[in-house]
Design a protein around this ligand. Structure first.
Ligand SMILES: NC(=O)c1ccc[n+]([C@@H]2O[C@H](COP(=O)([O-])OP(=O)(O)OC[C@H]3O[C@@H](n4cnc5c(N)ncnc54)[C@H](OP(=O)(O)O)[C@@H]3O)[C@@H](O)[C@H]2O)c1
Length: 335
């Protein structure tokens, strides 16, 4: 079989056009989204028309929130390439519909471009926090005040210990290497036993890593096993060093009430949150007004078409030559 036709099911601007340019010898079909207003909408529903337009598809390149709605409805599909990393849309869809994971291959978009964006996001927040830059900016610019709030005891990156939960994954490994290059000591937590890693310490136990870090970064995915992993006062283990907690993985790893408890009990000294239990974060959330919390609207990494298409093309070549593909979802391992 010659796989020359690719169906695109996405709301990402320029994804279709970039794919057309990258694979000039393929037929790329853009699936129209009947209910779409043109503004990116995570809750967009697809209907019978889209499913019908995809009936002949072997390869679909698209957004997981849309692809999840096609599971078990496309008889010819052999491979789906996602435009982002998380698989929570599939997990939620399967659990809601009571269906089994599909038989066909699904690959995620992850790796270097997300790793670099998320590294830059975290390092930016770390430096702002250490040096108190944001408070100084508000004081001097808005109040026209030349006041040096000197922080005498800040830490430089090469004096810090950074703990990355999920630090052995595609994004976590990339970030760990970057932090190490800047001289930080890096601890990583993951699920599988591993040896020979180049990081300073690796463990599958939270109590090996939580007590010993200045910044605690989570890039854990949302799975049934990671949901609530940091609940039940586990952040009490951080109390000796009071790290800043940075969550760029998924909000389900810790309940909002547990973050507030950890801050108020001074187990952690701050929280920089890009992902939340409930998104968008409701107006009623106490996180909005907590003085030690920084909130960003799930934008620590954004899918740029050029990066995502690069991974797609790479995986397409591997698919054609039957080689192992990048970022494959392994349902037997939970994700
Ligand atoms: N905020 C954003 O804008 C944004 C953007 C991109 C991605 N993300 C999030 O980042 C997540 C990670 O992406 P990735 O591509 O790096 O995923 P990945 O390559 O699959 O890595 C996942 C990491 O989490 C660990 N892990 C998984 N389940 C675990 C468990 N039950 N207990 C302990 N560790 C566990 C894995 O350890 P093992 O290897 O041992 O299984 C691995 O280190 C995505 O799922 C997504 O939710 C967020």
């Amino acid at each position: 079989m010659v796989y020359k036709t690719i169906h695109v099911l996405s709301q990402i601007p320029q994804l279709f056009e970039t794919t057309v340019k990258a694979l000039p010898n393929c037929q790329i079909i853009n699936i129209g989204l009947t209910e779409w207003s043109g503004k990116f909408d995570l809750n967009l529903n697809i209907g019978d028309q889209e499913i019908s337009d995809l009936q002949e598809a072997n390869i679909v390149f698209g957004d997981p929130n849309l692809l999840a709605q096609t599971l078990h409805k496309l008889p010819n599909v052999e491979w789906m390439q996602n435009t982002w990393a998380g698989i929570d849309w599939y997990v939620n869809w399967l659990s809601k519909s009571g269906q089994k994971p599909p038989q066909h291959l699904i690959t995620r978009f992850s790796g270097e471009s997300f790793g670099q964006s998320m590294f830059e996001y975290t390092i930016g927040h770390i430096i702002i926090n250490e040096r108190n830059f944001f408070k100084d900016y508000i004081n001097s610019k808005l109040n026209k005040k030349w006041e040096k709030n000197i922080v005498w005891d800040f830490k430089c990156i090469n004096e810090m210990t950074i703990c990355i939960l999920g630090g052995t994954g595609a994004i976590g490994t990339y970030m760990a290497n970057k932090f190490q290059t800047l001289g930080a000591r890096v601890l990583a937590y993951g699920r599988s036993q591993r040896t020979g890693l180049s990081i300073d310490k690796y463990s599958t136990k939270l109590d090996d890593v939580l007590p010993d870090c200045d910044y605690l970064i989570s890039v854990l995915p949302s799975t049934p096993q990671t949901t609530g992993l940091l609940n039940n006062d586990i952040l009490k283990l951080c109390a000796a060093k009071k790290p800043v907690f940075i969550n760029i993985g998924r909000g389900s790893v810790i309940a909002e009430s547990e973050i507030i408890k950890a801050l108020n009990n001074q187990w952690i000294s701050g929280a920089v949150l890009d992902v939340f239990e409930c998104e968008p974060l409701p107006d009623s959330s106490p996180l909005w007004s907590h003085p030690k919390v920084t909130i960003t609207p799930h934008n620590s990494a954004i899918t740029r078409p050029k990066d995502c298409v690069k991974v797609f093309v790479d995986n397409y070549q591997k698919f054609l030559s039957k080689q192992p593909m990048l970022y494959t979802i392994d349902w037997n391992r939970g994700y």
